[in-house]
Design a protein around this ligand. Sequence first.
Ligand code: AMP
Length: 396
Amino acid sequence: MPPGSTIGILGGGQLGRMTALAARHMGYRIATLDPAPDAPCAQVADHRFTAALDDVAAARRLAAISDVVTYEFENVAEPVAAALEELAVVRPSSRVLAVAQNRVREKETLAALGLPVASFRPVASLAELEAAAAEVGYPCLLKTATGGYDGKGQRWLHGPADVVAAWEWASAQYPGQERSEAVGEGPRFILEARVPFVRELSVIVARNPQGMTSVYPVAENIHRRQILHASIVPARVSPAVAQAAQALAVRLAEGLEAVGVLGVELFLTADDRLYVNEFAPRPHNSGHYTIEACATSQFQQHVRTVCGLPLGSTDLLRPAVMINLLGQHIPRMHAAVAHLLAIEGLHLHVYGKAEARRDRKMGHLTILAESVEEALARAQQAWDLVRAPDDPPAVA
Ligand code: AMP
């Protein structure tokens, strides 16, 4: 699909916005659908549809004017995905979406592809939970099959005494949904053994319709209160671990025959073993560093994949640290913006969201330097300017 074609983006958040901006550089037109008329992506789109994300009729209108449709969140309702695919090319496909949006299917698919995952069991009843916990061992983590993000929809079990309370918690997780569209008929929960990880890593991988893949440098991610706080690139891991992590991401993209960009999240244990936790069928927060730090950003790469173009170089130009700016950081960011921008190698991104609610992703900073240590030192200066009173003082 040559420049001048229209890319439809379902969802109007920051991932859509950054994809749209990259696409615009290359002369593509953007259509977007989001419930908020002033959503981050809508602000930079050529065509906006204001409707609920599960509005099938609106999705049809989006698809009707788009040459290709992509999305920036994985909880696309099945009837919406079906309607989009009827009218337009959808990338990644609804098959990849279906795997990504259900943790049971996701873990089963990862395991079937031979990728290392934590021991897990699908769970549909109290009796199954009891048996599954005895099998995978304690501590273990009960997760909803669908809908959870940023650590929501999870509950730890430390011993057999926690089983009943965990099931009570589970029973309250799908309010008013006798049979959720997204869950389908399968078990609604998954129980996973705890992976005793020492680092959380992620890899962005891209695959185009011709089957060409390209993989980005490994990011080391720091979460705070279950929300991504910072990414450090390259990750402080051995070259062998970095290569192995990249190889797992490529195997996943190839195994799924996915067309698009995937964000693959991994755990690393003290004995250098890698486990795949999950993947997102879209650009990923931990890949924002690629905008300035790599020869081709994850967003431009996503545009290339969905338009069927050759992939760009993923070379790391300079080490980078990315820090998320949440709602609570915004007043201080505004007050300190002149000092912030005086930090060498710092790039500021603000997504244009009207309301700076606590923990809402409002923007990010990327700090480039000649070494990770130097990037971290500069990131610390930036963090000192924006952090909220209840944030830990150390950036990482
Ligand atoms: P998820 O919603 O699967 O991304 O999980 C959110 C966070 O929970 C991860 O970033 C980990 O910190 C933690 N977590 C998830 N699964 C496991 C596991 N099997 N073992 C240990 N920690 C986990």
